[in-house]
Design a protein around this ligand. Sequence first.
Ligand SMILES: [Cu+2]
Length: 483
Amino acid sequence: MTVRAQRFTAGVLAALAAAALSGCGLMPSMSSVGDADFDAPLPIPPLAESRVEDGVRVFSLTAQEGEMEFIDGHPTATRGFDGDFLGPTIRAERGERVAFEIASELSDVTSVHWHGMHLPAEMDGGPHQPIEPGGTWEPTWTIDQPAATLWYHPHPHGSTEQQVYEGLAGMFLLDDERSRAAELPSAYGVDDVPVIVQDRDIDRDTGEMDHRELHGKGAEVGLLGDTVMANGAVGAFHDVTTDRVRLRLLNGSTARTYAFGFDDRDVALVASDGGLLPEPVIRERVRLSPGERAEIVVEMEPGERAMLRSFAPDLGTVAAGFAAGANDAFDVLELRAADELAPRPAPSWEYEDVGLDEADAVATRRFELSGRKINGASMNMMRIDEVVELGDTEIWELRNDDLSPHNFHVHDVQFEVLSIDGDDPPAELSGRKDTIYLEPHREYRVIMRFEDYADPEVPYMYHCHLILHEDEGLMGQFVVAEP
Ligand SMILES: [Cu+2]
């Protein structure tokens, strides 16, 4: 019996009963709430080392094979950057020139994409910048965007899901004057904590984590694992020493959407994909689809323990939600407050308005997602789908025509949400975004400006970040060209 089967046996009767009651029998809901001992210290990804040469900050990264012991006594084959699983946190300052020496010790083609970064297309690390087995890649660009929590991961066409699932991902933090002056917890790994949340399906008998086995028996959205980990640790806790703690949440899962929160407390959402929001947004739950980030500030009382959970997420769809994880809930990370907590001020900062104005838009493009196609076409690396003129502000209309979930990620730019079904977006979508969850059959209008880096030859991608969908063709290509 596989791990999965054994594990399901325990909860399956209750789940099936619940499913029968709810009238949906597609797939049992998963839950780890209250199951595990949270006795593993949260691993904090190390800050990547760098050196400065001729004014350029140079980082080195190696994609390599690894091994983890997620299940006691059973090693799991994994991959990581400069280690067994995940990668170091890269940190750079706005205005800095950065360069990377990336080496691959993998046996298959990979790439390294800088998710959320504004940079030249040939530095983007998408499917057109492959790194061959044993090969290297040396991108360089100048950081030119507001402070934000970004991330990096492979993007080879057709095998991105597999490589991210195996562990190739890391955070990329950008700082600027405003973020440094902000009243926000900022001690990395202490009160400013990276939290990469991912789900996995691990065989309890062998430790094996081969996602391909699950294609066909997984959900339409891709693999939905029943083991949820934070920075590669299952059942992790973090010791909190301040009365406010900032969590930089990254949904690094390939298919699963989470609704993060605590049982009974509001959190302050302070930043989304593209950086700080206009002002803190108080929420009980924060929904994140694959690829999205959220920075939240959590208030703590001395001596208390608070469990960061993912509650059953509202996917905006009844029809397929059950099979897409809408009924699943997980414990993610336990916060353990010390008996005495150092005070931290209430979150505040100076917001940077980048001046995206609908009146400036010179083009409107429409993208309808269905199955594995955008506007009826599936990804073709030889075809440029859209040509954008350098300097233009554009409105993109996004629509998920299916009843099951999709989201939408655009490379190179951060966009702002103008409206959803004609209404103002909710406050949690008031900041800049590079990835947005598309509730089925709703009209999303977003605005963006393509202000740099014309290159008529090398395209950027836009795609669904449910990575199975992306791998299977739900992706298109645009170039930014001189007028
Ligand atoms: Cu999709």
